[in-house]
Ligand binder design. Sequence first.
Ligand SMILES: [Fe+2]
Length: 289
Amino acid sequence: MSTPFHVESFLDNDSETFTYVVSDPATNKAVIIDPVLDFDYSSGRVHNASAQIIAKYIDESALTLEWVLETHAHADHLSAAPFFKERYKAKIGIGKHITQVQKTFKALFNLEKEFLPNGTQFDKLFEEGDQLNVGNITFEIMHVPGHTPADLAYLVNNQAIFVGDTLFMPDIGTARCDFPGGDAATLFNSIQRILALPDDTIIYVCHDYPTEHRTHECAVTVAEQREFNIHVKERTSKSTFIEMRETRDATLSMPRLILPAIQINIRAGELPPAEENNTRYLKVPINQL
Ligand SMILES: [Fe+2]
């Protein structure tokens, strides 16, 4: 008999990001996956209204939040991991290849020498094959690079998988591979591992970008992805996928929040250190992306 677990999804409309709270009904232990910190670019203000909504749910459900799990260093929203770490004493986990992402962007942003690209900003660096137990829930860690070098997918009790930005809903397809360290062939290989899971495994996506014909959705089965994904169906060849992905990526502009998001997210969601005037700054590298 399969072990039950509960998934609650929260949509951040501004970045079209889904955050999930996965909880064990037997022990009330829980994790949060990919929480969002609100950021108003034009004023440079951050606030935690989105995180507060999820905190209200956690509190009203009497959950014990043990972990903040990041699927990757997001380029389209800022992470609210520190909010949940501070409020619930939860630990923050991400993939161990985040160090590669940190190295790349430490160089690009010419970050302070005290910022070490060694992953110590996070509480745990997961790698392929690791298992995380939260109450009666088992999270199996899969390293699924391609969108970035450090992407993880979290397989829950062999019934559901949180895939980050490897796959989107079938009518949207897949994520871009043109960020530093991204690679379409690598993403294809990662997606094959997800599509090899049992037909009825539920895939939870990190974003959805629906057309006017439907509203935001976050869950789909492996069987549906194999049959309907517009970029990578069951019989799509690797070369076809690579050509589609690279052609399409060449037409995409950078995500609106990539510069602030990356600078915050490689620090596990912490803001950059204050300068001597007690003010924190984000940088805009000119002609680099
Ligand atoms: Fe992403």
